[in-house]
Design a protein around this ligand. Sequence first.
Ligand code: PLP
Length: 355
Amino acid sequence: MIYLDYAATSIKREEILREIFDNKEAFDGNPASTHASGRRAKAILESSRESIADSIGADPSRVIFTSGASESNNTVLASFRGSKLITSNIEHDSILNTVDKENTIFLKADKDGMISLEDLKEALSEDVKLVSLMYVNNEVGSIQRVKEIGEFLEDKDLHFHIDAVQAYGHIDIDVEKIKCDSLSLSGHKIGGLNGFGILYLRDDLGAFIRGGEQEKDRRAGTSYTMGAYSMARAFEKTKAERAKIKEVKEYFIERLKKTGIDFEVNGKLENASDHILNLYFPAFRSDFLLTYLDMHGVCASAGSACRAGSLEPSKTIMSMYDEYRALHSIRFSFGFTNTKEDIDKLIEILEEVKK
Ligand code: PLP
């Protein structure tokens, strides 16, 4: 199998699973228990928190563990329910399907998948209490100018939230430089276990899951020690793999150019994360091409995994271009298992379709 759908979820990392398995007893206890087993698990949980906090330049006390970025995003939106907010029309569904559309201004991404600071300035008014934008787009990989936006918003009386799921591990994130008030991350996109993420919060927004005293009373529920450990370890590994991932993506584009297959890049290559490549193939419908690729052992997607079960064209590509293009585009996303040999095989398969 050639797995090219890392933006949906990463292949899990055997070394990390083995570390957990080999050290299983250390993960067994409930970190809230005061006995030895609980204390061992708590030590892992808190050292993972320190590593994750360090990976985004945050203080560990500001990092809250959650079940993933959907929960983190929903939590921030819930805290501003009833207020006017600004987001973009290319956000993840955990934002787009949660906001109250009546109270929301949607900034429109341009053909490069970029949100303009000028548009944001124009849309801003005193009653806007939340601006929520993604760092790296999950479909086309565009990297937003979050630092510039953060600097502009710094002295405004509002909350600036970043969904940095697709940026994590692939580009450097520093919450102090971005000047954001909150930031969502997920572990499974980089090879951590599914169902674990964080919400970085500069200032508390109150308790969002009530029950036990976990996460300093802010988010109840028995802590997911393995999830935290796997995310912290996966970050270190992903960071070290950046050059390799970039090389694989560039190699794919170079080889594809030589096939004579008609294609265009959705978004702008120079401003995209190295792990995402979204291509428009005017001659092939994406549902046909994806099925063909799947039959030949290649996993890719036509957009966000949350929409993979539906035949709807990607909302992101539609808003950046048009429906025809959305129905003829495919996202390839790369990760640590990918090699140039994978790309050679993929090119062979694509050359077959061309015939
Ligand atoms: N935000 C973005 C940009 C994503 O790509 C995803 C993943 O699908 C999410 C949020 C949701 O993350 P999770 O699967 O951890 O809930």
